[in-house]
Write a protein that binds this ligand. Sequence first.
Ligand SMILES: Cc1cc2nc3c(=O)[nH]c(=O)nc-3n(C[C@H](O)[C@H](O)[C@H](O)COP(=O)(O)OP(=O)(O)OC[C@H]3O[C@@H](n4cnc5c(N)ncnc54)[C@H](O)[C@@H]3O)c2cc1C
Length: 473
Amino acid sequence: MPDSSFDVIIIGAGPGGYVTAIRAAQLGFRTAIIERAYLGGICLNWGCIPTKALLRSAAIYHYMQHAKDYGLAAGNATFDTGAVVKRSRAVSKRLNDGVGFLMKKNKVAVIWGEAAIDAPGRITVKAAAAEAPKGALGAGSYQAKHIIVATGARPRVLPGLEPDQKLVWTYFEAMVPERVPKSLLVVGSGAIGIEFASFYKTMGADVTVVEVLPQILPAEDAEIAALARKSFEKQGIKIHTGTKVTRLDKKSDSVTATLDDGKGGTRTIEAERVISAVGVVGNVEGLGLEKLGVKIDRGTIVIDGVCRTNVPGIYAIGDVVGPPMLAHKAEHEGVICVEAIKGLKPHPMDKNLIPGCTYCHPQVASVGLTEAAARDQKRDIRVGRFPFVGNGKAIALGEDQGLIKVIFDKNTGQLLGGHMVGAEVTELIQGYVIAMNLETTEEELMHTIFPHPTLSEMMKEAVLDAYGRVLNI
Ligand SMILES: Cc1cc2nc3c(=O)[nH]c(=O)nc-3n(C[C@H](O)[C@H](O)[C@H](O)COP(=O)(O)OP(=O)(O)OC[C@H]3O[C@@H](n4cnc5c(N)ncnc54)[C@H](O)[C@@H]3O)c2cc1C
């Protein structure tokens, strides 16, 4: 095969794209990946990873401020915004380099530039402004039997709320502040908005969150979201739900926002900076998709259960095919996609089994049906709950606020959903994901031995509670 010909070419080296490339190479495909900006995509460079690094700094700062609660003294805790951001960028850089290493290790060719599909099987790559990693192929024409679009997403822009990089930020600017603003308005209370609200509040900003829907973290179980809200408000975050930002008036170094509560009430609030966190939209433009007749619906590429578009030879995965816009969903789709191309028979994606995590303080995590969704589906359910205050490890950690909630089908004992708010729940949720994936029933969960003392014991207690057998509360 000439250097420009491959079995599989993936456009976009985010978590969806690069994992797809590795799996394709493992399956014996001659594989290339095209990237125009940064290996690792949004996730490693401007999303999942750098936010977690910022939140880690915030968590340590929080504990330093509360050192006395643990019998310790940390003096007068302070921070250096530049150093906090520098650490976060270094973490991203390390992982970005790691993707380069993984491509080499798996003999995946990296092509640097902006890709467009000329026809099924043919791609043109134009030079990109960003510096290419060492050894990458450059602009030119490339061929592949299978082209996988993994071009991800970018911030959604609402009219009147256009980001300007100075006063109105997206996640790009919010990730690298020169200093922590005195006051901050966060528009949108999904995971991205809430994580930034939590980070900036801990670092001392006066934070207001505005959400148009009736609850914050709209995808989460209402009871869990309400508990998270209570905790954020206790920390001093101001929250307005059922409220729209209707107007932004910019001054030289601040913004006045007009809020409409939908009941005829308006008010204005002043903030130094605004973060627009109103969702993301798929990068579907400039790829030649319209010309090829690839079906696009409301900004996302339409695919079937194994990630094929309606045009043979063109596939799509990750954020560009729609929600949930999560890295682990993108990765899993990529694996399904290439395994199906290989002729293996991967299980199609079950979206109900995709966990969601928000790494705020306290953390929120969930999988499966919320209580409301289960009731909407007319399922006969049993609900179990266990509060952190009844768990020894939570009390030892000084983290006794939170709840674990489970939803079972009353007739079959099938675990339908798990929902959590509290310390470290983003690490716990996978227990229920595995249980649901294995179609575990309440009996099996009740017979499972959980280590003591751990936060995970609450996962068993919540199950026991659903069946009237809770022990430690
Ligand atoms: C602030 C923030 C925090 C987040 N936190 C989490 C989290 O904690 N957990 C989680 O699961 N998800 C999180 N996400 C979402 C996560 O980042 C995305 O779901 C994930 O990155 C999607 O992966 P992807 O491979 O589909 O696309 P992306 O990561 O967006 O990668 C797409 C890549 O394609 C490249 N590209 C686009 N067009 C072209 C072209 N024409 N030619 C060449 N290259 C192109 C882009 O440069 C980019 O590198 C977060 C997102 C943000 C913004």
